[in-house]
Design a protein around this ligand. Structure first.
Ligand code: UD1
Length: 443
């Protein structure tokens, strides 16, 4: 075990450094029909977990199909602060994790990116100790880490929180966590991923019950299996991991981003445009496709990993967000933007996060008729939206406002583009490729 000082904050490499987008806006001239094809990038949420997972192996990892996103640049900074050497060539990341120089993740970085808490499990298994600041709340809800902590404790780690920092240590047992049977009170994506990673190198068998079934959990498990981990059941609600003494280097391709894919399908539906998207894994989009069909669009398979949306008249429907395979909370705001223009009344219920309706006020500013009652948004379809200056409050809210802007009459100015850049790889170039009239503007 080591106990070195926290590394200084490391700046992003020039190739990834982006201008501060907090003050930038996207100007959208609405009502231009879209057409053509969009390439879907790799899944943000897979990459974030898998980058942390790379710490499990003290060798070289190559990740392919990595999108260019602000969140990924931040995660890179977190790993570099721990001593990982990282190079990026186009959409490939090369990670050399052979020299971890500290078990302490820097507060400045962890506080900016909740996903950086994922390093806790791998640091603990690699170094026997981890000091990771609590990621804190964020715009969409409080987002505690109690399930991550309780699971690690069940595996024999000593975990306590002091001055806002999670202190996790393995004492005795030859420096290894012990396999355990863990029931998650809620199928948390992050907790499932933390515990799955920790269990790969534990002594004995770990069973995670009521595990998250999201495709990104399965992608992380496949990545770990490619490094030699023994995991079965990922993608179901019971995951079994038999710990191995060590993992080896890997070359791994990330799955396509189902949320980016879903956002472009909504772009087709809301602008009444026929567009196609690839690559996608259609099963990952089942709940989104089902709702788009309810709302009036046809979605056809145009090849094994390609979908085409054939838009129709928009009809109201009800949506409730749920853990996978239920309807994803990360698509709630985008579908709400679509429902503002659907004939009839819709109810959108958010059950995953407690504060994920902040786009409502901005959609109302554009002429939408939405009332919030507790977890529900009641939407009365209107005949048109009108362009307005609006403020993005979180990642998916910003996507919803862009979609609304594409369908609105006149000009919309979406401010706060740093949220959009966290999770969409060059959205405006992709939209322009479809014929949208959009332009990034600096103050
Ligand atoms: C991940 C995704 C995020 C997505 C979410 C739900 C990443 C990087 N982010 O976030 O895009 O919206 O899944 O699909 O993969 N909770 C607890 N205690 C815990 C952990 C979670 O109470 O220890 C609660 C949260 O506050 C939230 C709910 O469980 O209300 C779901 O959170 P979780 O599934 O953990 O989401 P994240 O992993 O944070």
């Amino acid at each position: 075990m080591e106990n070195k000082a926290i590394n200084p904050l490391i700046s992003p490499k020039p190739s990834e450094a982006k201008p501060d987008t907090e003050l930038e806006s996207l100007r959208i001239w609405g009502k231009h029909p879209l057409s053509g094809h969009v390439h879907i990038s790799g899944a943000k949420n897979s990459v974030l977990a898998i980058m942390a997972g790379a710490l499990l192996c003290p060798q070289h990892c190559r990740l392919r199909n990595v999108p260019s996103l602000a969140d990924i640049a931040k995660m890179r900074q977190v790993l570099e602060a721990l001593g990982v050497k990282i190079e990026r060539h186009n959409d490939t990341l090369e990670l050399d994790t052979s020299h971890l120089s500290t078990s302490k993740a820097p507060y400045d970085l962890v506080s900016q990116l909740r996903a950086s808490f994922f390093v806790t499990g791998p640091l603990l298994t690699r170094l026997g100790t981890a000091r990771v600041p609590l990621p804190g709340g964020c715009a969409i809800g409080a987002r505690p880490v109690d399930l991550h902590v309780r699971g690690l404790q069940a595996m024999g780690a000593e975990v306590h929180i002091e001055h806002g920092i999670v202190h996790a240590d393995i004492r005795g047992s030859g420096g290894r966590l012990k396999g355990a049977k863990i029931y998650l009170d809620y199928p948390s994506v992050g907790a499932t991923e933390t515990l799955l990673m920790a269990a790969t190198l534990a002594d004995g068998e770990t069973i995670i019950e009521n595990a998250a079934q999201e495709p990104e959990v399965e992608d992380l498990a496949n990545f770990c299996r490619a490094m030699g981990a023994k995991i079965r059941g990922a993608g179901t609600n019971t995951i079994t991991i038999v710990g191995v003494p060590n993992l080896h280097s890997v070359d791994y391709g990330i799955i396509p981003d189902r949320i980016e894919a879903g956002t472009f399908l909504v772009a087709g539906a809301i602008t009444h445009s026929e567009i196609s998207i690839s690559p996608v894994i259609p099963e990952h989009l089942t709940p989104v496709i089902a709702k788009l069909k309810d709302i009036g669009s046809e979605i056809v398979l145009d090849g094994p990993n390609r979908l085409r949306i054939i838009p129709g008249e928009l009809r109201a429907t009800d949506i409730e967000t749920l853990p996978y395979p239920g309807f994803p909370t990360d698509m709630q705001a985008q579908l709400m933007a679509l429902l503002t223009l659907a004939e009839g009344n819709s109810v959108v219920t958010e059950t995953v996060f407690e504060n994920r309706m902040r786009h409502v006020a901005e959609l109302v500013r554009m002429g939408a008729d939405i009332r919030i009652k507790g977890q529900n948004a009641i939407i009365r379809g209107v005949s048109h939206l009108s362009g307005a200056p609006v403020l993005a409050t979180d990642l998916r809210a910003s996507a919803a406002l862009v979609l609304a802007g594409l369908a609105a009459e006149g000009e919309t100015l979406v401010q706060g583009l740093h949220h959009l850049d966290r999770g969409y790889d060059d959205l405006e170039t992709k939209l322009k490729g479809l014929g949208a009239k959009v332009q990034r503007v600096s103050p």
